[in-house]
Design a protein around this ligand. Structure first.
Ligand code: C5P
Length: 336
């Protein structure tokens, strides 16, 4: 029996500050130049002893979250148990703040959090490299949710090189009604490329590289330079499938955002602000516009999946910083 009755893990969402998409590979994936950036809009995953793997979920969009063995959190628990040759016995509770099917890797985040939570609950002490390998098998974005910070992801996004970034950037995320399927957005990207006559296979499309201007902006901690370098090759596909996103992007830019882009495969949209005050006024304009369901002000980079506090059932009091997140109270799951 574990010394820990309850383990809570906080895990960040991501935005891609560059999402360069190469051609479609024979295995159905696309090679990427993917610069991940972890933001403090995060989920909490709590693990308790249980019989078999049981999942529960609360928070916005939780009715859309599968509670069966297809959920990445459940798959993570089984994968970790199988690696150690033990039975998977855990009750996992997910408190969602990351938009569901929103292009912010919320499902991947829960998978990463479940790996960390079960590893602590079952007292396995799994080496980081092994957790990373298990994460990469679960999905392309899961390793980054473990790592956090800012990182360049190559191949299908799972081969990571950390990028040191000084300071903090202010972000606003506008949540759209409903989600978009990541495979559907990649397919639409391929379709648009074929339609434009540029080709869409890995033989026809050169794999993009990380943009040197973007890397310099990150290394300098310069929001204006970062704003000028933000790109997402999936944006035309996401807007093609959800044309109303163009208006959300326009509203945020008109309200003073330094830049606006679709987050990953969407439909969440991301806005970079000069400072916290400007971020609040962009969020207000987005909420008042009626072009989104909610607008969250947040910041990054923040660390990856980590045990919130290492005593049983502990929750840090509001306002106390934890694991490098500047202020846990700012990121309560149901905040807007
Ligand atoms: O790796 P993950 O399961 O998150 O990927 C979901 C889907 O997104 C893949 O099945 C594929 O259709 C698409 N994808 C892709 N290229 C990537 C990552 C994901 O085409 N590099």
């Amino acid at each position: 029996m574990s010394r820990h009755a309850v383990i809570t893990v906080r895990v960040p969402a991501k935005v891609n500050v560059q999402l360069g998409v190469g051609g479609l590979r024979p295995d159905g994936f696309h090679d990427l130049a993917n610069v991940f950036f972890a933001v403090a809009l995060g989920d909490l995953v709590t693990a308790r002893q249980g019989a078999g793997v049981k999942l529960t979920c609360e928070g916005p969009g939780s009715d859309q979250v599968p509670l069966d063995d297809s959920n990445l959190a459940a798959r993570a628990a089984y994968a970790l148990a199988a690696h150690h040759g033990i039975e998977a016995n855990v009750a996992l509770h997910i408190e969602k703040a990351i938009p569901v099917a929103g292009g912010m890797a919320g499902g991947s985040a829960d998978g990463a959090a479940a790996l960390v939570a079960c590893d602590a609950l079952w007292e396995l002490g799994t080496p980081t490299e092994v957790l990373h390998e298990l994460a990469a098998e679960l999905g392309s974005d899961v390793p980054f949710a473990l790592l956090g910070g800012v990182a360049l992801g190559r191949d299908r996004g799972e081969t990571l090189s950390p990028l040191p970034v000084p300071g903090t950037f202010q972000w606003i995320f506008a949540v759209a009604d409903g989600g978009l399927s990541t495979p559907a957005v990649f397919r639409e990207c391929d379709r648009l490329r074929a339609e434009a006559g540029t080709g869409h296979t890995s033989e026809q499309v050169t794999t993009p590289d990380a943009d040197p201007a973007l890397l310099a902006a990150l290394a300098a901690g310069d929001p204006k330079a970062l704003a000028a370098a933000l790109t997402n090759d999936l944006q035309p596909a996401a807007v093609s499938l959800r044309p109303s996103l163009a208006e959300t992007l326009r509203v945020g830019t008109a309200a003073g955002a330094l830049a606006a882009l679709v987050s990953g495969s969407g439909p969440t949209t991301a806005f970079l602000a000069q400072d916290a005050e400007s971020a609040e006024s962009v969020a207000r304009a987005l909420r008042e516009s009626g072009t989104c369901r909610a607008a969250h002000v947040t910041y990054g980079p923040v660390p990856g999946a980590a045990v919130l506090a290492d005593w049983p059932g502990a929750r840090l009091p509001a306002g106390v910083s934890c694991d490098g997140y500047r202020n846990c109270a700012e990121n309560e799951p149901r905040s807007q």
